[in-house]
Design a protein around this ligand. Structure first.
Ligand code: PEP
Ligand code: MN
Length: 262
C-alpha cells in the first residue's frame, strides 16, 4: 500500500503556505464552520493572524444533515475565502462535495477537504488523486481505521501523494459528545502510515468547553495538527452554532496550547 510505512519509511511532509505539515510540530487549521459573509470570515482571519495561525478553513459547499439547512454560499463563498486568505497571507482549506464542482472550485483552493460523509465517495477520491492539490481527508462517521487508510489509498494510487489524514470523531453510543474522538487512531495511523495526521476537535466534541483539553491530548499523542472552528458570533452562526469558539475563546484556546508547544 502506498500509505504504509513499508512503502515509505520517512514521514511525508506537506508544505502549505510555509507550514510543513508532518514535520513533527503541531500546525493549526482554524476558521468558521461555513463562510457566511466577507465580514464574518475576515474578522475570524484577522484574529487568527494575530495568533500566528495561517491555515484558514471555511465551508462554501456544506454537507448538511438536513436539506433544509444552510447549504453554503457556493462559489461566492470560495471567492470570499480566497480574498480573505490573500489579505491575511493565509492558505485556504475548504470542502468540495462532488466531482462536478472541481473545475470551478480548485482555482480558489490550496487544500481540498474531503468531509466525513464523503470518505467513501470513491469517484471523488479518484478524481482528486489525479490532481496535485494537498487533500485533507476526514475519517468517515463510522469508518474503521482500515477503511480510512484505504480511502487515502484511493487518492495515493492515482498519483497524488499529498494526503493529510484527519481524525474527527466517530459515531458511538455516547451522547455527551457529538462524536467520540478516537485518540488511539492518531498513534495507530502514525505507526502504520507515513502521512500527516491532524485532529478536528470541534466536530469530535460538538461542544466547546473541552476543546483545549482535547487539543492538548491530540498533540500529546503525536498529532501533526489541530483543526477547530471559530466564529465572531457563534450563537448566530448558520451552522454548528453550539460548537464554534468565539474570538475570546479562541484567544484563550491558543494561549493555552502555546504553553505546551511553540
Ligand atoms: C467540516 O469540517 O466542515 C465538516 C463538515 O466536518 P465533518 O466532515 O468532519 O463532519
Ligand atoms: Mn462545522
Amino acid at each position: 500500500m502506498y500509505y504504509s510505512r513499508e512503502y515509505q519509511q520517512e514521514d511525508t511532509i506537506i508544505t502549505i503556505n510555509g507550514e510543513r505539515i508532518g514535520d513533527g510540530n503541531p500546525h493549526f487549521i482554524m476558521g468558521p464552520c461555513a463562510v457566511e459573509s466577507y465580514d464574518q470570515t475576515s474578522i475570524v482571519a484577522e484574529k487568527m493572524a494575530q495568533k500566528g495561525v495561517r491555515l484558514l478553513r471555511g465551508g462554501a459547499f456544506k454537507p448538511r444533515t438536513s436539506p433544509y439547512d444552510f447549504q453554503g454560499l457556493g462559489v461566492k463563498g470560495l471567492q470570499i475565502l480566497s480574498r480573505v486568505a490573500r489579505e491575511q497571507g493565509m492558505a485556504v482549506i475548504t470542502e468540495i462535495l462532488s466531482v462536478d464542482q472541481l473545475d470551478e472550485a480548485l482555482p480558489f483552493v490550496d487544500v481540498v477537504q474531503i468531509g466525513s460523509r464523503n470518505m467513501h465517495h470513491f469517484p471523488l477520491l479518484k478524481a482528486l488523486g489525479r490532481t496535485n492539490k494537498p487533500i485533507l481527508l476526514k475519517r468517515g462517521l463510522s469508518a474503521t481505521i482500515e477503511e480510512f487508510k484505504l480511502a487515502a489509498e484511493y487518492i495515493l494510487a492515482e498519483g497524488n501523494k499529498n494526503v493529510i489524514l484527519c481524525e474527527r470523531g466517530i459515531r458511538t453510543y455516547e451522547t455527551a459528545t457529538r462524536n467520540t474522538l478516537d485518540i488511539s487512531a492518531v498513534p495507530i495511523l502514525k505507526q502504520e502510515t507515513h502521512l500527516p495526521v491532524i485532529v478536528d476537535v470541534t466536530h469530535s466534541a460538538g461542544r466547546k468547553d473541552i476543546l483545549t483539553a482535547m487539543a492538548k491530548a491530540a498533540i500529546a499523542v503525536g498529532a501533526d495538527g489541530v483543526m477547530a472552528e471559530v466564529h465572531p458570533n457563534p450563537a448566530k452562526a448558520l451552522s454548528d452554532s453550539k460548537q464554534q469558539m468565539d474570538l475570546y475563546e479562541f484567544d484563550c484556546f491558543m494561549d493555552e496550547i502555546r504553553k505546551i508547544v511553540r
